[in-house]
Design a binder for this molecule. Structure first.
Ligand code: C2O
Ligand code: CU
Length: 501
């Protein structure tokens, strides 16, 4: 392993430690790919979702309890319009408090899903922690918590270009186990500029939420909580300091699914919603990904990749042309960072010929950056070092040496400004910035990777790497966070406030 942390071997390419499932698993590529239902407004501009427990058949023949938005995993897909504001009433019927974050959203601070701004489940009480091992939230103090009983309304102005966003739980100290149980879904923003492009649409526009899980013998999700019987037990076993991975790869909540496709182009919205696992995706026996969009929207022009490395939180909007294969071909999306079962992701079965009505134009979004970002001659530069500190029970994941302190910003960028943020790390840390989108300027002083293009909100910072990003602060003033999107690292306090002033 690259890092010997005393917690078992971690290779240079994976970022967590894998839990093994204790029940018979299906043969890969036998379960049909589910497409999450579309959320319907209760009246124009207003949605309501209920977070609740439900049972789903994820592994055929077994029942798994999920915690889902509307009782499904993934939650419903929101199809939203640029500059058409919506409110979403989130009702919590779970035994735990929740906070919902629209990842990639340009959202006012009060609706951004701050970890101590909680919706307490109907009929439940929540007492903010005052201390105790792994209760980083205790640092918020008694006055640092906002509690909404039963439900709250989140406001999303959506003044941002077409993009594949997603939403998930963000509760202080417990994001990882709550997302693992199912609290995540897609939110797709559309706009006129994208509508005018001849890209694949309808059934040929497929969101793919990729994540890994492990299952116990009784079908429940395995998660290495110190006391799995206690919902309020924070954190994970020290052995999982690197992050939790499962041995089952799910796409849209189904294990290694299969999708029948026509021999035409498809738009695939790839999202890595895993807690800790990174993937390097390839198509076999062949095929390429034509990237049309990144985290925060369309690229200026398409870029073709043989393989895409996707870290937790990242999205890649790609077009794959299945007409390159004869009818009857199985095209498998594999993860070359995986081994054994985690090498397979999903399969596309080219089932029929069909009329092609889409192309990928040479020019996509006029508003997107046309090339690599230029380093401004004068811009505030800040450094954020993502690193593990301490040993044993005192070990923590920190930013600039400090664990998350709610209400204590590490930076105060000005609204309307652009800054250079230099991100350094000791491990794989997918760094996510709320509110502000950024462009990758350089990796270790060299040009960014071909897959780093466009506006992003999450960047995969690799071990001992220095990644410079150009961050644009637009939209709102107020308190936001940046953090590692390895959700176990996030829960182990690798998070910081910044305040846009
Ligand atoms: Cu997707 Cu702060 O997270
Ligand atoms: Cu991390």
């Amino acid at each position: 392993g690259l890092l010997a942390t005393g917690c078992g071997a971690v290779s240079a390419e994976t970022s967590g430690q894998t839990l093994t499932s204790a029940l018979p698993l299906p043969r890969p590529f036998t379960v049909p790919l589910p497409i999450p239902a579309q959320a319907r407004p209760v009246r124009p501009g207003h949605y309501e979702v209920v977070q609740r427990q439900a049972r789903m058949e994820i592994v055929p023949g077994t029942s798994t309890e999920v915690w889902g938005f509307d009782g499904t995993f993934p939650g419903p897909t929101f199809r939203l319009r640029r500059a058409s504001p919506v409110t979403v009433r989130v009702r919590n019927r779970l035994p735990v408090p929740t906070s919902t974050h629209l990842h990639g959203g340009v959202t006012p601070p009060g609706s951004d899903g701050y970890p101590t701004d909680l919706v307490v489940g109907e009929g439940h009480v929540f007492r903010p922690p005052t201390g105790g091992h792994a209760h980083h939230g205790a640092a918020a103090g008694a006055s640092g918590w906002t509690l909404h009983q039963g439900f709250r309304d989140y406001a999303y102005p959506l003044d941002q270009p077409a993009a594949t966003l997603w939403y998930h739980d963000h509760r202080m100290d417990f994001t990882a186990p709550q997302v693992w149980r199912g609290l995540a879904g897609f939110a797709i923003v559309e706009d006129d500029e994208e509508d005018a492009l001849p890209l694949p649409g309808g059934e040929r526009d497929v969101p793919l939420m990729i994540c890994d899980r492990a299952f116990a013998e009784d079908g429940s999700f395995r998660y290495p909580s110190k006391d799995p019987g206690l919902l309020e037990s924070p954190g994970v076993e020290d052995a999982y300091m690197e992050g939790v991975e499962g041995d089952v790869i799910l796409v849209n909540g189904a294990p290694w699914p299969v999708l029948e496709v026509s021999a035409t182009r498809y738009r695939l919205r790839l999202l890595n919603a895993s807690n800790a696992r990174r993937y390097r995706l390839r198509l076999t026996p062949g095929g390429r990904f034509t990237q049309i969009g990144s985290d925060a929207g369309l690229l200026a022009a398409p870029v073709t990749h043989e393989a895409i490395t996707i870290a937790p939180g990242e999205r890649f909007d790609v077009v794959v042309d299945f007409s390159a294969h004869p009818v009857g071909t199985d095209v498998t999306m594999v993860n070359t960072l995986g081994s054994g079962r985690t090498r397979d992701v999903m399969r596309f079965r080219v089932a029929r010929r069909a009329r092609e009505d889409a192309t990928v134009p040479a020019r996509l979004a006029g508003s997107a950056p046309a090339g690599p970002a230029l380093r401004p001659a004068s811009a505030t530069t800040r450094r954020f070092d993502f690193r593990r500190t301490g040993q044993g029970a005192g070990a923590a994941w920190t930013i600039n040496g400090v664990p998350f302190r709610p209400g204590t910003p590490l930076a105060r960028p000005r609204l309307g400004s652009t800054e250079v943020w230099r991100l350094t790390s000791d491990f794989h840390h997918p760094v996510h910035v709320h509110l502000a989108h950024f462009q990758v300027l350089s990796r270790n002083g060299r040009a960014p990777a071909a897959t780093d293009g466009g506006w992003k909100d999450t960047v995969d910072v690799r071990p001992y790497e220095t990644v410079d990003v150009l961050v644009r602060f637009e939209g709102f003033r107020g308190r936001y966070m940046m953090h590692c999107h390895n959700l176990e690292h996030e829960d182990m306090a690798m998070m910081a406030d910044f305040e846009v002033v």
